[in-house]
Design a protein around this ligand. Structure first.
Ligand code: AP5
Length: 210
């Protein structure tokens, strides 16, 4: 699942993962968990994630490669936020086949408003928005009762940097998959009440995959 920060990759990946009964692998969440747990990796990557910079390629590749070897990924998966550089895309080809690259497209205005209001569950990673998708009880996750928080990379300066990094490093990955005939553009500008319109575009492209 490709697309700029705030396009809704995580939100749609959650819905699709439930529908297709295969796991969602949110690479950003894996990094945030490592930081929270203060693992060796977590300590190394903290500064990149909080500034909105990409984690060095070799660390991202190793993490994803290891995660995709686990049993629950053997019948398919939705990979959310990887590959984000050409180096990652080329490395991935050597260890896992990608069937389709869904490219979520949304305007800058939509991205900024979604990112500035997002709240994430500290426990299960569920995603909310203070206006668009509020939890039933303010600050508490509907799913697991965990506390909601604002990510460290959601300060205006970090958001700006993430959008810049996306344009410089990740946009070429979109062309890479387009040239391979694997890319499907998905209009992700719809409001949350119309999320079915986004999901049905995805389903159309996922139909004939084994
Ligand atoms: P990551 O966590 O992947 O962040 P991101 O790509 O910046 O994407 P986001 O999570 O911000 O947005 P999203 O598209 O998932 O949108 P969401 O569904 O939340 O990565 C974070 C960091 O980790 C990176 O900066 C980097 O440091 C590192 N990293 C990750 N992968 C890496 C890699 N491969 N290589 C190196 N480093 C890597 O939606 C946004 C908001 O909008 C939510 O509040 C949601 O509720 C709301 N919303 C969603 N859809 C709608 C809708 N249709 N209508 C209204 N509101 C909506």
């Amino acid at each position: 699942m490709l697309g700029p920060p705030g396009a809704g990759k995580g939100t749609y990946a959650e819905i699709l993962s439930d529908k297709y009964n295969v796991p969602r692998i949110p690479v950003g969440d894996l990094f945030r968990q490592a930081i929270k747990d203060e693992t060796k990796l977590g300590k190394k990557i903290k500064k990149y994630v909080s500034h909105g910079d990409l984690v060095p390629d070799e660390m991202a590749i190793d993490l994803v490669k290891e995660r995709l070897q686990e049993d629950d990924c053997q019948n398919g998966f939705f990979l959310d936020g990887f590959p984000r550089t050409i180096i990652q895309a080329e490395a991935m080809e050597k260890f896992k086949k990608i069937d389709k690259a869904l490219n979520f497209v949304a305007s800058d205005r939509v991205l900024m408003s979604r990112l500035s209001g997002r709240r994430t569950c500290r426990e299960c990673g569920a995603i909310y928005h203070v206006e668009n998708i509020p939890p039933k009880v303010e600050g508490i996750c509907d799913r697991c009762g965990g506390r909601l928080y604002k990510r460290s990379d959601e300060k205006p300066q970090a958001i700006k940097n993430r959008l810049r990094v996306y344009r410089e490093k990740t946009k070429p990955v979109i062309d890479y998959f387009r040239k391979k005939g694997l890319l499907a553009d998905i209009d992700a500008n719809y409001r949350i009440e119309e999320v079915d319109k986004v999901i049905s575009q995805c389903e159309k492209h996922l139909q004939n995959l084994s």
